[in-house]
Design a protein around this ligand. Structure first.
Ligand SMILES: Cc1ncc(C[n+]2csc(CCOP(=O)(O)OP(=O)(O)O)c2C)c(N)n1
Length: 715
């Protein structure tokens, strides 16, 4: 290409001098280099333009997508992928690869171009089918769909925080498995972020945590292009980002010209040398780089450049206009060196792993077990069985006791809460705190950062090698809904421990009393929600959660003590809970049921008492405990018909929004639920006012029965 005098079209290959700005290192261009741009090695330029124009052509072909970010960030991505990223295109899952997350997922055409040219299993036909039905190149990167995509990104801020979770997993596994002379876990996590990622509040939560944890192997490249969708960042985003991350405990650098591959590479090198702090490298990029009418404007966003603009851009940069999807042989040959490089890095690791396995055979087997998400034999052998004499016991307490035992069998369990461990019972006695001088600790303190906690748990699960769990009050699950949605979308085995599960928690009042959260969680496709009725159902629920290797599980637990359903009397519990719903107490001794009381969690006890009262009042009731509607829905028609025969009316009792139970709707159903917010009073008083009393259950049951009788007599 012909070098233009404007800054944005300059290519500078020399390493820029480092200046100190307010005590921090910035990679700056000196005025001397500004006036005398030097072209980068021609091959670098060819490779970078290959990435740019593959992205441009993908978006143009699809007539949909974001060309701007790939065009502006191709050079810094090239600097990373070509000069330092450790990966093997032929084995994308090699455990000790570096992780690369494109947090700005809207720029995924860049990632797809990189994956294709470096030799991942992503053929050119897939690039040509960008954003089309069934392609491996969806509109935002999707984990599990495209080899080499480490995380589903698109909702801004999530990928950044997944990166924090991955970096946590790396140091945790390194602490567990590395031995003197054997560094079998030793890789970096790189994340590419945009303004939007850093504007989202989650980046402050996660950035604070990463700085606090001294995650020196987390390196973030920031495409500082001054543009978001509505216009210049001057509209909304004017704080000094480097100062901000500096204050969060990060090592920060600035590179003034993204096309200065040498400076980006040098900044990356310095970031790796900094072992005590995560790194943010702000690189001044230009959205839509090279497009004569769209560069540095919002027009480079969200739509194809247009045929004419593509032509002008290609001509301006000395690129053949036709054919589209052009990959010069020389560039491809260079990119494909990644295959040999990756194979050699992996085989080096494999021989080091062999030496490790010779010296520590058990650890080596254990390493593969946790990476493959296999459970050890008898992992659930010592789980407790509670007796009536142990009660009353809150299910959160039973959960804490279960976690303690599971944790002793499953060292890959790692978790904690968003500053609520004493309430959520998520702390494991003696398991140590995960903190900068003890990355081998298992108890995590996420701080009051539910949103980040959710996305960090996802990052840990994506990394593999850990069973991550996190707790807070059920009402605050709303703060972490976006990452829970992604966990479900990506079938990530993440476990949530949500306590204080209803108005029954009492005095804190409506702000802390969940009502609509249960149905909200149940409405997430792929999320298994379990609301156990007592200590023994809680143990069974944890067994389901640990055994579920594909997809998240939310355990919804009480603050208040509940009677323990003794296994001698309620022997159906262990086999019933995994089925989602089961007959806990039948009416058979007294004849077929007139009505079925379906209850979940704490309301199961109410149903049991009401069942006895109803019998004295002439109605035979069956009690079905339904800890998980989604698991129940998976059972056979025969089983469901057996539990809930079609001709028997139902009364649902759940201290939560009645929405959703209407899926069982018909004249034969009534629901005792909550369709307003809660109130501040002692829990039992609140429950009483909301109709969770034996009197009301019996009254409603009679109302259903009377309605049916009336119908029958009219017919
Ligand atoms: C949480 C979230 N909110 C909104 C969007 C929609 N969106 C996609 S890109 C974008 C902003 C793009 O600006 P920037 O992050 O600076 O990216 P760039 O301009 O560099 O492409 C927005 C708001 C989103 N993807 N995620």
């Amino acid at each position: 290409m012909t070098l233009d005098a404007t800054e944005s079209l300059e290519f500078l290959s020399d390493v820029q001098p480092i200046s100190k700005v307010k005590g921090k290192e910035h990679l700056m261009s000196s005025s001397a280099t500004l006036s005398a741009p030097i072209a980068p090695p021609a091959l670098d330029e060819l490779c970078i333009n290959t990435l740019r124009f593959l992205a441009v052509d993908m978006v143009q072909e699809a007539n949909s997508g974001h060309p701007g970010l790939p065009m502006g960030s191709a050079s810094m991505a090239f600097a990373l992928w070509d000069r330092s990223l450790k990966f093997n295109p032929r084995d994308p899952d090699w455990p000790d690869r570096d992780r690369f997350v494109l947090s700005a997922g809207h720029g995924c055409a860049l990632l797809y171009a990189l994956l294709h040219v470096t030799g991942f299993d992503l053929p050119m036909e897939e690039l040509k089918r960008f954003r089309q039905w069934g392609s491996r190149t969806p509109g935002h990167p999707e984990y599990g769909k495209t080899p080499g995509v480490e995380a589903t990104t698109g909702p801004l801020g999530q990928g950044f925080t997944n990166g924090v979770g991955m970096a946590i997993a790396e140091v945790a596994l390194a602490a567990r498995f590395n031995r003197p002379g054997h560094r079998i876990v030793d890789h970096y996590t790189y994340v590419l972020v945009s303004d939007g990622d850093l504007e989202e509040g989650i980046s402050s939560e996660a950035g604070s945590d990463a700085g606090h944890q001294h995650l020196g192997k987390l390196i973030v490249l920031y495409a500082d292009n001054h543009i978001t969708i509505e216009g210049s960042t001057e509209l909304t985003f004017t704080e000094d980002r480097l100062e901000r991350f500096d204050a969060l405990g990060w090592h920060v650098q600035r590179v003034e010209r993204s096309n200065d591959v040498g400076s980006v590479a040098l900044a990356l090198e310095k970031a790796r040398e900094e072992t005590g702090r995560p790194s943010l490298i702000a690189v001044r990029t230009h959205i839509g780089f090279g497009s004569p009418h769209k560069q540095d404007t919002v027009a480079a966003h969200g739509e194809a450049l247009g045929i004419e603009e593509v032509r002008l851009t290609k001509e301006g940069m000395g690129w053949p206009v036709e054919p589209s999807f052009h990959v010069p042989e020389e560039a491809l040959e260079h990119f494909r060196e990644a295959i040999a490089r990756g194979a050699s890095a992996q085989s080096d690791w494999e021989s080091r792993f062999k030496a490790f396995a010779m010296e520590f055979p058990d650890l080596a087997v254990e390493f593969h077990r946790v990476i493959d998400r296999r459970l050890p034999k008898d992992w659930d052998a010592d789980l407790p069985a509670f007796s009536a004499a142990d009660g009353p016991m809150a299910t959160r307490v039973a959960s804490g006791k279960t976690i303690a035992i599971l944790g002793s069998r499953l060292p890959e369990m790692m978790g904690g809460s968003a500053d609520l461990n004493p309430s959520t019972h998520t702390n494991r006695e003696g398991a140590g705190n995960f903190e900068p001088d003890n990355w081998g600790g298992h108890n995590m303190h996420f701080g009051i950062r539910e949103h980040a906690m959710g996305a960090i748990l996802n990052g840990m699960a994506l990394h593999r090698g850990l069973i991550p769990y996190g707790g807070t009050f059920l009402v605050f699950s709303d703060y972490m809904r976006p990452p829970m949605r992604l966990a479900a979308m990506n079938a990530l085995p993440v476990i949530y421990v949500f306590t204080h599960d209803s108005i029954g928690m009492g005095e804190d009042g409506p702000t802390h009393q969940p009502v609509e959260q249960l149905i909200g969680l149940r409405s997430i496709p792929g999320m298994v929600v379990l609301r156990p009725a007592d200590a023994n159902e809680t143990v069974a629920a944890w067994r389901v959660a640990i055994g579920r290797k594909q997809g998240p599980v939310a355990l919804v637990l009480t603050r208040q003590g509940l009677p323990v359903l003794d296994l001698n009397s309620y022997s159906a519990i262990p086999a019933g809970v995994p089925l989602g719903g089961y007959i806990l107490a039948d009416s058979l001794a007294t004849g077929a049921p007139d009505i079925i009381l379906i209850a979940t969690g704490s309301e199961v006890h109410l149903a049991l008492v009401a069942r006895d009262r109803l019998l004295t009042e002439g109605a035979r009731a069956r009690v079905v405990s339904m800890p998980s509607t989604s698991l129940f829905a998976l059972q056979s028609d025969d089983y469901r018909e057996k539990v809930l025969p079609a001709d028997v009316p139902l009364l649902v009792i759940e201290a939560g929004s009645p929405v959703g139970w209407q899926s069982f709707v018909g004249p034969r159903i009534a629901v005792i639920g909550i369709d307003t917010f809660g109130a501040s009073a002692p829990g039992p008083v609140v429950m009483q006012h909301y109709g969770f009393t034996v009197e009301n259950v019996c009254k409603q049951a009679h109302a259903v029965l009377d309605r049916l009788k009336e119908k029958a007599s009219c017919a």
